[in-house]
Design a protein around this ligand. Structure first.
Ligand code: ADP
Ligand code: TRP
Length: 322
């Protein structure tokens, strides 16, 4: 299995990102080949501040390392450090029908809102296709929202192969467990766009306050309650041990408890669950040169692979060896 996935450096990771995506990337890092990259060229379609983008890029690498990405197992790099990908993107762009991109969500949604879109947003899925195809990846772990982009990638690769011969491997999306949809502090899906996140690397003090503010229902304390439908319990389940979860579920079913105690237990379990990662993060953050070294090594490996594939594509379509 040759695994690849990209993460946009657009903000601090929250519990939804961790339980919905990052933990599964890390679980796949022992594949025959695993490439993970920080998609800063994609982020440029939304982050237009120099300082912010470069800080977010380094932060994203530090976050992944702190959360267990092992650079001995997986190749970690920054997208823009591998120019072969952008070059391949152009080759793919020349054969991509406008109609295919017009149907893609990000562009379509923006147009539907009457907003004007940049060519970068329009071509976003082609760059994503180049990211994947440049590494002969066959497995792309992504959230449900990205499945369309992987289908577009397969279409683009298929028509290139049809015109020029078998150049590209057709990848498959590995959809991350959608039952791991993490609720936010308001009960909606946790998302940075809804301002309802619990950040993985939040200070315990701030996080405790955020948790204490979660709205709860006003049923009497004595009433037994169904744990599965309760946001506090759902969040607690993610960070508690099996035994703690069972005990808490029994407490809900028995009734006679206060949500304040559940919140305290949740804050404590969250703090413990991410304690090691927080310590690791502080450590990596104090050694930015080591992080940059890992990214530079990753980029060297990535360029080696991507230049092989780019070469194959260039030869096939007649822009090399003329
Ligand atoms: P956000 O919604 O905060 O902008 P992103 O779209 O950047 O998050 O998410 C990156 C990945 O994290 C997604 O592909 C998805 O797999 C995962 N993810 C985000 N929010 C959640 C959530 N609430 N539950 C489960 N997974 C999530
Ligand atoms: N578009 C993806 C996202 O927003 C990030 C991404 C860029 C990606 N290139 C990729 C994911 C290639 C998988 C494969 O989440």
């Amino acid at each position: 299995m040759r695994v690849l996935s990209g993460i946009q450096p657009t903000g601090r990771p929250h519990w939804g990102n961790y339980f919905g995506a990052i933990t599964q990337y890390i679980a796949l890092q022992n594949a025959d080949q695993a490439f993970y990259f920080i998609a800063n060229l994609h982020a440029l379609t939304t982050v237009r501040d120099r300082e912010q983008l470069s800080q977010l890029t380094l932060d994203a690498a530090i976050d992944l390392l702190a959360l267990g990405l092992d650079p001995q197992e997986a190749v970690l790099f920054v997208q823009s450090d591998v120019p072969e990908v952008s070059e391949l993107c152009w080759l793919l762009m020349t054969g991509t029908p406008m109609g295919l991109l017009e149907r893609c969500h990000a562009y379509k949604d923006k147009k539907a809102k009457g907003l004007s879109a940049d060519a970068g947003l329009f071509a976003y899925p082609v760059l994503q296709a180049a990211d994947i195809l440049a590494f002969d990846s066959d497995t792309v772990p992504v959230g449900e929202d990205q499945v369309q982009h992987i289908e577009v990638c397969r279409d683009i690769a298929g028509s290139f192969n049809h015109r020029f011969g078998e150049v590209f491997v057709l990848p498959k999306a590995k959809v991350l467990d959608s039952s791991a949809r993490v609720p936010g502090t308001d009960g909606e899906k946790m998302s940075k766009s809804y301002n309802n996140t619990l950040a993985v690397f939040e200070s315990p003090k701030v996080q405790r306050k955020q948790i204490m503010r979660i709205a709860t229902d006003s049923r009497p304390m004595e009433d037994p309650k169904d744990p599965e439908t309760d946001v506090l319990f759902q969040l607690y389940s993610l960070v508690a041990s099996d035994a703690q979860r069972e005990e808490m579920a029994a407490t809900y079913r028995a009734g006679g408890f206060g949500y304040g105690d559940v919140k305290k237990a949740l804050a404590e379990a969250g703090e413990n669950f991410f304690a090691e990662a927080r310590a690791q993060r502080d450590d990596w953050a104090s050694r930015p040169d080591d992080v940059k070294e890992i990214l530079a090594t990753g980029a060297r490996w990535a360029r080696k692979k991507a230049s092989e594939v780019l070469n194959r594509a260039q030869e096939a379509c007649g822009i090399k060896g003329y």
